[in-house]
Design a binder for this molecule. Structure first.
Ligand code: ADP
Ligand code: MG
Length: 813
């Protein structure tokens, strides 16, 4: 049944409703043979028929059944490439690697089968198949709601329920009928790895007639599940290590796939495994590299240019880490201290150990698709990218730690934290399924069946777990005023939507309609966008930062605002100074290094006026210093900066400059990568601009006389939290402790820490944040007072503290 219909037959079978041109593809015999083994090939006719007869089609099939690589090819061959066939992926990795793979399979150049992720891509005017991240397509919808350059949109990995994917499905459920009505037919395909698609199909808000669901039966071999008797709570990575050693020593050949939660864990385990079961070629190569590096007198191994954990905030990816070290460097394998595992393990059969996570360099990633060297056993140590996005061949054993790392937000307070939690039953089963792709396999779950029984059935849609102000602004810009009525596959809570609209109203991006016509609650959910809001929506950053950009032209501050915003949207620009040492010798070196880098940061923070800009000044200083030094890997390495983050900031600065210029072309800002430090006046202006953007992130130092409980010592009060928050010890203002500050975010680790802190002056508050203020008499509120019960700031307008400092000219947008 897998036999492919000949090209000739296809042409003859053509029905009138079929697109006119059938385009032959010239594939190599090996590729053709591999394709024929994919279950999705058996469904080609069914799929294409459904696509021909329906505007929207849902395809469900196990990971590895060939959906991502084959369905775009079916469409291309059937003549749907009159315009572009677009495929969205929630992860950058998948967009890049799948475009390369499909180009190769089709024997076409990357000019035709291309990809686009936030900053890079190889799309040309010849592009016919375009892989992109879901965020990229969302931005394109803003420019052209009808997506006229596309003939088909495929939403891949819909089961991941990423926010952008969910929104795209909602938008496309409207765009597709609109296109058809206008005589420009368009098709929508939604592809999912699980069968749970009711949120899409049985949602009458979304599709009035439920789209057909095509199931692709994967030829899955049985997988035996082995539960642990007990569930390790603390050191599960140690348990994982022992399990792999056992499998490797006792069980017949076959690849091992390990699921861990993050990049740091992946690297630590890889190191341990490589040490326990050395693979000689790699080891000698590593030695050679290391020796060569030593000869060059660079005692520290070079950082890997393609490995960093800094990502801008607007592209969803759970694999992101909260600031972990760049550990990909193979040379560092030699740096680890003695490991007890070495004695226990039998190193006779080498283990070919490969890491896999979403930010791994593409060349490194590609290694997992190649057969492991002769006489070795492959062991891929992965995060949940290997769960559904990428299928690794030859896996017989799966070791599942049962956990996943997720970012959690507190909806009320905005406090966020990365937490490792149990995964869902659906995910655990996906992971297990990876073992039975080519022959019967085994899955070792490092938790008991009772614990499994307590897992939630499916992962929650991301949209229900995070703030949505960016999405609400984007939707308002698409003239969707009543966001509550939007056909979300799963709707965010009404509170989250109200909170988002409130914030956007405070930022001036939305306007509250007159209250006479509606009750207050309703009004909050249908505020129209303002001209300022439109400008903000065109900047590819979160609304708070967009507001800063919109204000940035004043006092020639724009280049600095752009640099600061770029630095803030990149997750972490500094190397982690708290990297644990692996040996005593290393430990003393690390202490020295930490001291030097801390000093460096102090230098960037400057003194006097510039110090008050705090951590944002440090970011500005780092970007400026780095650009003056030519932004080299060497400079970054020596100064504790992440090279990749710096490159990304540079790119983002260019992009933001273009965006600002597009909004007000008459200004024509030119950003010279090398900027001179801001003047004192500009620093004051910058602090005010930052306050205008982060107004709801205001904190007031608790005065000594108010401290009854010692926990409030050096603590700050915020409008929403009952407990104190603290300035992070790495902050430039840790010792200064200004009375009023604004912060970028609160991250909960051992304490609630504010990151990205800048000092502000009390008298700016009534002037720049009147929307948050509750004005009274000077006697009642001698200085601005954060009131938890109302979430407002009590203050007065009297001239006693309302000195005019640096006044901001009105925003002219
Ligand atoms: P699905 O989208 O249904 O999960 P894919 O289309 O991603 O399936 O994968 C189909 C097959 O193609 C898998 O067997 C996978 O191993 C193979 N494959 C994907 N990418 C590559 C690659 N870069 N090199 C070799 N094989 C690949
Ligand atoms: Mg896929």
């Amino acid at each position: 049944q897998n036999e492919k219909i000949s090209d000739q037959e296809k042409v003859e079978n053509k029905t009138p409703s079929q697109p006119a041109v059938f385009i032959p593809v010239d594939r190599s015999p090996e590729i053709q043979e591999a394709r024929l083994k994919l279950p999705v090939l058996a469904e080609e006719q069914v799929i294409m028929e459904a696509v021909r007869e329906n505007p929207c089609v849902v395809i469900c099939g196990e990971t590895g059944s060939g959906k991502t690589t084959q369905v775009p090819q079916f469409l291309y061959e059937a003549g749907y490439a009159s315009e572009i066939i677009g495929i969205t992926e929630p992860r950058r990795v998948a967009a890049v690697s799948m475009s390369h793979r499909v180009a190769k399979e089709m024997n076409l150049s990357t000019r035709v089968v291309s990809y686009q992720i936030r900053y890079e891509g190889n799309v040309t005017s010849d592009t016919k198949i375009k892989f992109m991240t879901d965020g990229v397509l969302l931005k394109e919808i803003q420019k052209d709601f009808l997506l006229q350059r596309y003939s088909v949109i495929i939403i891949d990995e819909a089961h991941e329920r990423s926010v952008y994917t969910d929104i795209l499905i909602g938008l496309l459920s409207r765009i597709v009928p609109l296109r058809n009505k206008k005589g420009m037919p368009m098709k929508l395909l939604v592809m999912s790895a699980t069968l749970r698609v009711e949120d899409f199909t049985d949602n009458t808000k979304l599709f009035r007639t439920p789209p057909p669901v095509i199931k692709v039966d994967a030829r899955q071999f049985p997988v035996t599940i082995h539960f642990n008797k007990r569930t390790p709570m603390e050191d599960y990575t140690g348990e994982v290590f022992h399990k792999i050693c056992k499998i490797h020593r006792m069980l017949p050949p076959g690849g091992i796939l390990v699921f861990l939660t993050g990049q740091a864990e992946v690297h630590n385990l890889c190191r341990k495994l490589r040490k326990a079961f050395p693979y000689r070629k790699e080891t000698s190569e590593t030695m050679r590299k290391f020796k060569k590096a030593k000869q060059k007198k660079t005692s520290l191994p070079r950082i890997d240019l393609d490995n960093y954990s800094a990502l801008p905030v607007d592209e969803g990816d759970e694999d992101r880490e909260a600031g972990i070290g760049d550990e990909e460097d193979e040379g560092s394998d030699l740096d680890i201290g003695d490991d007890p595992a070495k004695e226990k393990a039998d190193p006779s059969i080498p283990l070919y150990v490969l890491p896999l996570y979403s930010l791994l360099a593409p060349e490194q990633q590609a290694k997992v698709f190649r057969p492991s060297p002769h006489g070795t056993r492959a062991c891929v140590v992965a995060t949940n990218v290997a769960e559904t996005s990428l299928t690794i061949p030859g896996i017989k054993y799966v070791v599942d730690c049962g956990r996943v790392k997720k970012r959690f937000y507190d909806r009320v307070t905005g406090v966020s934290s990365f937490r490792v939690t149990w995964t869902s039953q659906a995910s655990a089963n996906q992971r297990a399924g990876r073992a039975g792709r080519t022959e019967p396999g085994h899955c070792y779950r490092l938790y008991s069946s009772a614990v499994f029984g307590d897992f939630s059935l499916f992962s929650e849609a991301e949209i229900t777990r995070r703030p949505v102000e960016d999405l609400v602004l984007q939707m308002k810009d698409l003239n969707i005023d009543k966001v509550v009525n939007f056909p979300f596959p799963t709707s965010p809570s009404a509170e989250a939507l109200v909170a988002a609209e409130q914030l956007l109203v405070s930022l001036g991006a939305l306007k509250e309609p007159p209250l006479t016509s509606m009750k207050k609650g309703q009004a909050r959910l249908s505020c129209p966008i303002t001209p300022l809001g439109r400008a903000m929506a065109s900047f590819p950053v979160a609304p708070r930062y967009a507001k800063m950009l919109a204000l940035g032209r004043q006092q020639d501050c724009l280049p600095y605002v752009i640099a600061v915003v770029a630095a803030m949207t990149v997750r972490e620009i500094f190397e982690d100074l708290d990297r644990p040492a692996c040996s005593e010798d290393e430990s003393s070196k690390l202490i020295q290094r930490r001291a030097r880098l801390t000093q460096m940061r102090r230098l960037w923070a400057g003194q006097g006026a510039s110090l008050l800009l705090g951590d944002l000044m440090v970011m500005l200083g780092a970007v400026g210093a780095c650009e003056f030094a030519g932004c080299t890997p060497k400079f970054c390495e020596e100064n504790g900066l992440r090279y990749k983050a710096m490159v990304e900031i540079r790119r983002l600065r260019g992009q933001l400059t273009n965006a600002v210029n597009a909004v007000c072309p008459e200004v024509g800002v030119f950003v010279n990568p090398k900027m001179t430090p801001p003047t004192e006046h500009q620093v004051v202006c910058l602090r005010q601009i930052v306050l205008a953007g982060l107004g709801d992130h205001l904190a007031r130092r608790v005065q000594a006389e108010d401290i009854l409980d010692p926990k409030w010592k050096n603590g700050y009060k915020t409008p929403l939290l009952d407990d104190p928050v603290y300035i992070h010890p790495t902050s430039a203002l840790f010792k200064t402790l200004p009375d009023f500050i604004v912060y970028q975010e609160i991250m909960e680790t051992t304490k609630m820490y504010m990151r990205g802190v800048s000092a502000i002056e009390a008298e700016w508050i009534p002037e720049l944040l009147p929307q948050y203020c509750h004005f009274g008499s000077p006697l009642e509120s001698p200085s601005p007072w954060l009131c938890s019960s109302t979430g407002t700031i009590k203050c007065h307008r009297s001239s006693t503290f309302f000195r005019v400092g640096w006044q901001l000219p009105a925003v002219e947008m």
